[in-house]
Write a protein that binds this ligand. Structure first.
Ligand SMILES: *Cc1c(COP(=O)(O)O)cnc(C)c1O
Length: 212
């Protein structure tokens, strides 16, 4: 996969959806991809890299020489926070106060995003929209820096997907939060139309993942 060309395509898609391709951050999601993808992303100018699994992130961080910023974007157990703390730049999937407590303990003053669950399935990661404001307050009380919100798009029609992203946008506006991490390879246009500031892109940059 030619990551430079693929990134160009992603940026064009952002622009075609009405987004500012210079301003909207592209997070390179390397989960399920060989470690060489990290270097390829960095060489293409993507210094921010996202992973979903603690072990995979730590193994890749250990193996690469590139100075990338690691974002944790997957469901996170508290017992993984300690080993991740020295490495993670932005904790994108904070969805409960107990997790925030552990992060503030292991990485005081760290930057986080609150993940919003846009589905009706409580087993999905993320806080239900009605709990987000309270969680943001609680995380701030712990000394964490809440940069914004993160969400995985709904499944469904374009209208369903868009209305989910609109929930995130409205919450972020109401709470005065700058970062809206939303949009992936398949739905980034809809996220950009709803004010995404960061798209998290894996397969559109690196090709299909190795299924785990
Ligand atoms: C896997 C994943 C992505 C990237 O998915 P693609 O469809 O490959 O772009 C982004 N965000 C999260 C939370 C993910 O789990």
């Amino acid at each position: 996969m030619d990551v430079v060309a693929a990134l160009d395509t992603v940026r064009n898609r952002i622009a075609d959806a009405g987004g500012d391709a210079e301003q909207i951050q592209v997070l390179a999601v390397t989960k399920g991809q060989p470690v060489e993808c990290v270097a390829a992303a960095a060489a293409a100018g993507l210094a921010d890299v996202g992973e979903n699994y603690a072990q995979e992130l730590l193994a890749k961080a250990e193996a690469v020489d590139e100075d990338v910023r690691w974002h944790f974007i997957g469901q996170l157990q508290r017992n993984k926070v300690r080993s991740l703390a020295p490495v993670v730049h932005l904790w994108q999937s904070v969805d409960r106060l107990r997790l925030g407590e552990e992060i503030s303990h292991r990485a005081p003053g760290a930057s986080v995003l609150v993940e919003v669950n846009l589905t009706d399935d409580p087993n999905r990661g993320g806080a239900r929209p009605g709990f987000v404001a309270g969680l943001v307050d609680g995380l701030r009380d712990l000394g964490l820096i809440v940069d914004g919100l993160m969400a995985v798009g709904r499944q469904g029609t374009a209208d369903d997907v868009r209305s989910g992203f609109r929930v995130v946008r409205d919450l972020a506006d109401r709470l005065g939060l700058a970062t809206r991490s939303m949009g992936m390879s398949d739905d980034l246009e809809l996220a950009v139309r709803e004010g995404s500031t960061m798209v998290r892109v894996g397969s559109a940059l690196f090709g299909p993942r190795i299924v785990r």
